[in-house]
Design a binder for this molecule. Structure first.
Ligand SMILES: [Zn+2]
Length: 285
């Protein structure tokens, strides 16, 4: 079973948790660390001989053209994470259309490849954004991996299917939600990010095995470049809960990732999407 491996490429100051303490207008004055961190990730993936998808902000691609080509040359997929991490439910359809078009043009110019995959910032496609899939389909995207089918304080679309679905009748677009495991009838977030960093590795192993063996489906895992960077600047004034979530176990992340990429089989999200698309039915016909 080949699972989907993904990196959401954004810098340490672009995370949703800090948006109230770091103004969008100050981004250009802050030290960029994303390039060094992505290079370390590329080395880690090369050592383990795995390919992955890098969902990258247009803002980052604009400033790191050489890095985009390194990602592509190493055989990974370059895909879109929107232009500057504004969440989909803060847009109307026209603003969303402009955001994903701008991000894609920037990524395609920088990487020299076609971009066919999209991941919404902070998994922000949910029941509030029924037009998002229409727009993605219209702009020719093959797949989206933008839904967290759980309840969470910052995001989540609780009623969404746990596995790949066609969000639009009559369109090929496929949505591949981030992985959840189930325990005692409840869905647990098990697809990466802070959960992977904070909980013991054994939890992720159990969850991925459950999804692969019991559900017979690929897992979809994600993490961020800043999560392997213990030396990143600390953001003063951020809420305690955000700081705890952001800074816990950063120094243990790289070795943990090494275990994860070696223990399971991993591939690019566009390949997972193709395989999954063959077996799914429309959400609502
Ligand atoms: Zn993100």
């Amino acid at each position: 079973m080949v699972n989907g491996l993904s990196v959401d490429v954004e810098d340490w100051f672009q995370v949703g948790a800090f948006e109230k303490v770091i103004a969008r207008g100050d981004w250009d004055d802050l030290a960029l660390r994303v390039e060094d961190n992505v290079l370390r990730i590329l080395d880690l993936f090369a050592e383990a001989e795995v390919k992955a998808t890098f969902f990258t902000l247009g803002w980052v691609a604009e400033r790191n053209g050489a890095l985009m080509r390194r990602i592509v040359d190493a055989g990974h997929e370059l895909a879109s994470h929107g232009y500057d991490h504004a969440r989909v439910f803060t847009f109307d359809r026209k603003q969303f259309a402009d955001d994903i078009r701008r991000a894609r043009e920037t990524l395609e110019d920088a990487g020299g490849v076609a971009v066919t995959g999209y991941r919404a910032p902070s998994f922000s496609i949910d029941q509030r954004t029924p037009w998002a899939y229409l727009e993605l389909a219209e702009q020719g995207y093959a797949y989206s991996s933008s839904v967290a089918p759980i309840v969470h304080d910052h995001y989540g679309w609780r009623e969404a299917p746990r596995f790949a679905f066609h969000p639009l009748a009559g369109a090929d677009l496929v949505e591949i939600p981030v992985t959840t495991a189930t325990f005692a009838g409840k869905r647990l977030a098990a697809g990466g990010g802070g959960f992977f960093r904070v909980l013991p590795y054994a939890f992720s192993r159990w969850a991925i095995r459950q999804v692969n063996r019991r559900d017979g489906r690929p897992a979809v895992f994600y993490f961020h470049p800043w999560e392997i960077d213990p030396d990143q600047p600390r953001v003063p004034g951020a809420p305690l809960k955000s700081r705890l979530r952001h800074y816990t176990n950063l120094e243990r992340m790289a070795p943990k990732l090494r275990d994860l990429v070696r223990e399971f089989a991993w591939g690019r999200m566009d390949e997972i999407a193709q395989r999954e698309a063959a077996r799914v039915v429309p959400l609502a016909a």
